[in-house]
Design a protein around this ligand. Structure first.
Ligand code: ZN
Length: 198
């Protein structure tokens, strides 16, 4: 059972998968055909073989291309850049389909508690993007509204303003989710919603 134990250990490293879920997954896999398992392992191994980060925005993209599909799309607005911490956040905004500007994926947030510093995420390349004759007119922070998100946006705001004073820096509104009952919204969100009223 050493091999099964190894599989359980590997699966339990995945986010949101505890040991019990890893065991359930492992025994589910044991009942699959060799063809299905080969397809699954191919799909996993092909990710690092074929995917890289876009040199401009750090979105994931095919290794065979020069820049990602968003950066290379000339129909998109080049003046606005939404800053997000993960590619999943980028995909969530793209699924809405309303925003037609550019992105910058940080791949994390500054977090002294987790040992993540300014050199561990893609901060410098955003500052480089707004330097000099940049087309960018507005940077929109869409970072998680917690201490790490705040620390990261303050650091970036200062760094951007040092190299380009003409850039407008905004952040997405904090407020009450659509369809939620006011009485159940937490105090901080309600306070921000009243402050940021439209
Ligand atoms: Zn890109």
């Amino acid at each position: 059972m050493v091999i099964v134990e190894r599989l359980i250990n590997e699966l339990s490293k995945l986010p949101g998968i505890g040991r019990k879920s890893a065991m359930r997954l492992a025994f589910h896999l044991l009942n699959q055909s060799l063809d299905d398992l080969t397809d699954l392992s191919k799909a996993i191994i092909e990710v690092p073989m074929n995917i890289k980060e876009c040199d401009i925005c750090h979105n994931f993209m095919d290794k065979k291309d020069n820049v990602c599909s968003i950066c290379s799309d000339n129909k998109r607005n080049k003046e606005k850049v939404v800053v997000i911490s993960t590619v999943q956040d980028l995909m969530a905004i793209e699924e809405v389909g309303h925003y037609r500007g550019q992105y910058h994926v940080l791949h994390g947030l500054i977090s002294p508690l987790k040992g993540i510093g300014i050199d561990d995420i893609r901060l410098d390349s955003l500052v480089e993007r707004v330097k000099g004759e940049s087309e960018i007119k507005e940077i929109i922070f869409a970072l998680t509204p917690n201490t790490d998100g705040e620390t990261t946006s303050i650091y970036l705001k200062n760094s951007i303003q040092k190299v380009n004073n003409n850039i407008k820096i905004t952040q997405i509104a904090k407020g009450v989710p659509i369809g939620s009952e006011i009485e159940y919204v937490d105090k901080m969100t309600l306070m921000k919603a009243i402050e940021n009223r439209t």
